[in-house]
Design a protein around this ligand. Structure first.
Ligand code: PGA
Length: 314
C-alpha cells in the first residue's frame, strides 16, 4: 500500500463524498462531473487497497476502510487549517492591528509602551483610547478593544488580568507645606487637611478612601476633580493634599512644585493590569503586546508583580 501516493485532491473529494454519501451532490459541491469524481475515488481506493464505499439498494455507505480514510482526511485538513492560522498569526505581527483602551492615569506611561512596541513592529496599526473607568467597563462589555489597562480588575465581568507593573500611590502636597519636612506622619495627622480627590469611580480614589477608612480617618474633601493634571495644579496652588499615582509625576519630577509626604502606610501598593475578557481569543498582536508590556513593566517595578487573575494569560 503506497499511501504516499494519496493526494490532497483525492482526500478532499473523498471527504465530500463521505459527508454527502451521494455522488451527484458531492460532484456538485466540487464543481466536477460525477464521472470525474468516481475516477478519483477509484484511484484513492486502489492506493488504499480496499473499497472505501459500497452501495446497498439506493444508498451509499462507507466501508470500515472508508471511515478510517475519512477520519485521517479530517485530521489532515484540520492540521493544515491550524498551520494556516499559525502562519497568518506570524504575518499578523508585520501587518496586524492593536486596539488598546486605557484608564485615565495610564496615559502617563501606556503611550510610551505602545510607541516602543510599534517601533519594534512598524507594520502594526495601533489605536489608543483613554477613558474613565465606567467607559472602559462598557467598552470591555461590548468587546470593542483587544486589551485594556486598568489599576483595578473589574468585579462583575469575567476577565484575564495580567499584572505588569507597580502603581504606587503617593500623598502629594505643595512643596512649602508644613508636613513636607516631617517623617513617618501618622494618617490621623491628616484629618484636618483639605483634600482634593479624583471623581467617584476612580481607582485612585477608591484606594485612598479604603486606606483612610481602615485608619479611621474621615477626610475633609475640599474639591473633586476628574483629572490628575487639574489635581496637581490645585495641589501646587495650595488648595489641598491629594493621593495620586506616582506615574502622574513622571513629567514634572523636576518641577519642585510638590512634596511627597512621608505618611505611614504610603506609598499605597497597587498594580497595573492588562485585561481582556476571559472568553476572548486574543490576536497574535495583542498577545505579543501583552508579553512585551509584562516584560517591560516588570523591569520598571521594584517588587515582583503578583499572580495573574483568572486563568493563565500568556
Ligand atoms: P483611575 O484608575 O485613573 O480611575 O484612578 C487608575 C487606577 O485604578 O489606579
Amino acid at each position: 500500500m503506497l499511501l504516499r501516493r494519496v493526494t490532497l485532491h483525492q482526500l478532499k473529494i473523498f471527504t465530500s463524498l463521505a459527508r454527502h454519501l451521494n455522488m451527484t451532490r458531492a460532484a456538485e459541491e466540487l464543481h466536477m462531473t460525477p464521472a470525474a469524481l468516481s475516477i478519483q475515488i477509484k484511484q484513492l481506493s486502489g492506493t488504499v487497497g480496499a473499497p472505501l464505499h459500497e452501495q446497498i439498494g439506493k444508498r451509499l455507505y462507507l466501508t470500515d476502510a472508508g471511515r478510517l480514510v475519512y477520519e485521517a482526511a479530517v485530521d489532515v485538513f484540520g492540521r493544515l487549517e491550524q498551520l494556516s492560522g499559525e502562519l497568518s498569526a506570524d504575518r499578523g505581527l508585520e501587518r496586524g492591528s492593536l486596539k488598546l483602551s486605557i484608564i485615565t492615569t495610564a496615559k502617563y506611561f501606556a503611550p510610551h509602551f505602545l510607541g516602543a512596541f510599534c517601533k519594534l513592529h512598524p507594520g502594526i496599526q495601533a489605536t489608543l483610547e483613554v477613558a474613565n473607568r465606567d467607559q472602559l467597563l462598557e467598552r470591555l462589555k461590548q468587546n470593542l478593544d483587544d486589551l485594556y489597562i486598568m489599576g483595578q480588575t473589574p468585579e462583575h465581568v469575567s476577565v484575564i488580568a495580567q499584572p505588569f507593573m507597580e502603581n504606587p500611590l503617593i500623598l502629594l502636597a505643595p512643596a512649602d507645606h508644613p508636613l513636607a519636612s516631617q517623617s513617618a506622619i501618622e494618617p490621623a495627622q491628616l484629618a484636618d487637611e483639605p483634600f482634593i480627590m479624583r471623581e467617584p469611580g476612580s481607582g485612585t480614589r477608591l484606594a485612598a478612601e479604603r486606606f483612610f477608612e481602615q485608619h479611621d480617618v474621615r477626610l475633609k474633601i475640599r474639591m473633586t476633580l476628574g483629572s490628575n493634571e487639574a489635581i496637581k495644579q490645585a495641589v501646587a496652588g495650595g488648595l489641598g493634599l491629594a493621593v495620586l499615582s506616582k506615574h502622574t509625576l513622571t513629567l514634572d519630577a523636576a518641577s519642585g512644585a510638590f512634596a511627597v509626604l512621608d505618611v505611614q502606610g504610603f506609598p499605597l501598593r497597587r498594580q497595573w493590569y492588562v485585561i481582556y475578557p476571559s472568553t476572548k481569543h486574543i490576536s497574535s498582536v495583542a498577545r505579543a503586546f501583552l508579553h512585551y508590556i509584562t516584560e517591560e513593566g516588570a523591569s520598571r517595578s521594584q517588587q515582583p508583580v503578583s499572580e495573574v487573575i483568572g486563568r493563565e494569560a500568556v
